[in-house]
Design a protein around this ligand. Structure first.
Ligand code: PEP
Ligand code: MG
Length: 329
């Protein structure tokens, strides 16, 4: 199996009938980038900045963050690197920033924390933009967006950081700094009913299917007792994903998905049929997904999707998709 999958290593990620699907990496540590680049991925679709923050005893300074981000941006010249602003809270805590709550996944998490602490946010986005000088491949992504006002507030802070940095660099640097694209994670159910308004405020959407599944189904993504209820193939999740793709296409917003679903053959097949033409995943899944893409015609994937959307429970969807995948070899 490994050999079969490995055979697509240097081939493009494109279906037999010519539909290209861009594959990107999920990352959080800078180790292993070299290896990842070999897989045929194009840039980073999700850089989880909280990961380098976790293994420390205090918040990294602006300078430390700048160095860290420079390494990441430099490893992927001319390929986009999407850096997500700090997404702590929920299940991810920093030893030097304790949060005690009864219900952390519904509490102080992601953008909620950084908007309450603009000094943390400003330092981080300034460091990102500083690191981007001379590279120009940075995109910024906001996690846990549940309302339009959060996007407005975060964009205002990003503009402020951009303005401050432009003034500072004007004196020392000839090349004007570029304003990065700013996008949001679609992972809180409220956001999927305001896609039109959100589309007007951002440059891209990236669906976080891990959290979107958790919040749509009201099933903790880490609780073994209810793990049998947690499935991104639940018909309601699939319909939500399909609706997001339809609207993103309608409003002309570039769309990707960076949750675990993208790294599963059955998931990737459905997503590509829905219209997700960018998928971001852990490096070790890239070749497997590329193999699937190269072996399913896009028009066949669309037929499979329309059938998958008719089932009434996740198990049936899953069984049906596995049958279809087995037919591919
Ligand atoms: C997600 O929620 O699907 C996602 C990609 O982000 P994280 O797993 O870091 O919450
Ligand atoms: Mg998430």
């Amino acid at each position: 199996l490994f050999e079969k999958v490995f055979s697509v290593k240097d081939l493009p990620s494109i279906t037999p009938d010519g539909k290209a699907i861009e594959l990107q990496l999920n990352a959080g540590l800078s180790q292993g980038f070299e290896h990842s680049k070999d897989s045929g991925a194009v840039g980073i679709g999700l850089y989880r900045t909280e990961i380098p923050f976790m293994d420390r005893s205090f918040f990294p300074s602006e300078q430390e963050q700048t160095l860290l981000y420079q390494n990441v941006l430099a490893a992927f010249p001319k390929q986009s690197v999407t850096m997500r602003t700090l997404d702590v809270g929920g299940d991810k805590s920093l030893p030097y920033f304790p949060i005690n709550e009864d219900n952390p996944f519904l509490g102080w998490r992601g953008i909620r924390i950084t908007l309450d602490h603009p000094e943390i946010f400003l330092v981080q986005v300034r460091a990102m933009m500083r690191a981007n000088v001379g590279h120009g491949n940075l995109e910024i992504m906001l996690p846990m967006i549940s309302s339009v006002s959060e996007v407005e507030e975060a964009s205002r802070l990003i503009n402020q950081a951009y303005y401050e940095l432009s003034l500072e660099l004007e004196e020392t640097n000839d090349t004007p700094i570029v304003k990065p694209k700013v996008g949001i994670m679609i992972e809180v159910p409220s956001s999927i009913f305001q896609l039109k308004e959100l589309a007007e405020k951002v440059d891209f959407f990236s669906v976080g299917s891990n959290d979107l599944t958790q919040y749509l189904l009201a099933v903790d993504r880490n609780n073994a007792r209810v793990s049998n209820l947690y499935s991104s193939y639940h018909p309601s999740v699939l319909r939500a994903l399909n609706m997001i793709a339809e609207q993103a296409n309608q409003y002309l917003v570039p769309l990707s998905l960076c949750g675990e679903l993208a790294s599963e053959p059955a998931g990737a097949l459905l997503l590509m049929a829905m219209g997700y033409d960018k998928l971001s995943m852990n490096p070790h899944n890239i070749l497997r997904i590329k193999w699937v893409i190269r072996h399913v015609e896009f028009k066949r994937a669309k037929i499979i999707l329309s059938h998958a959307l008719t089932f009434s429970n996740a198990k049936q969807v899953h069984n049906y998709l596995n049958e279809q995948l087995e037919q591919l070899g």
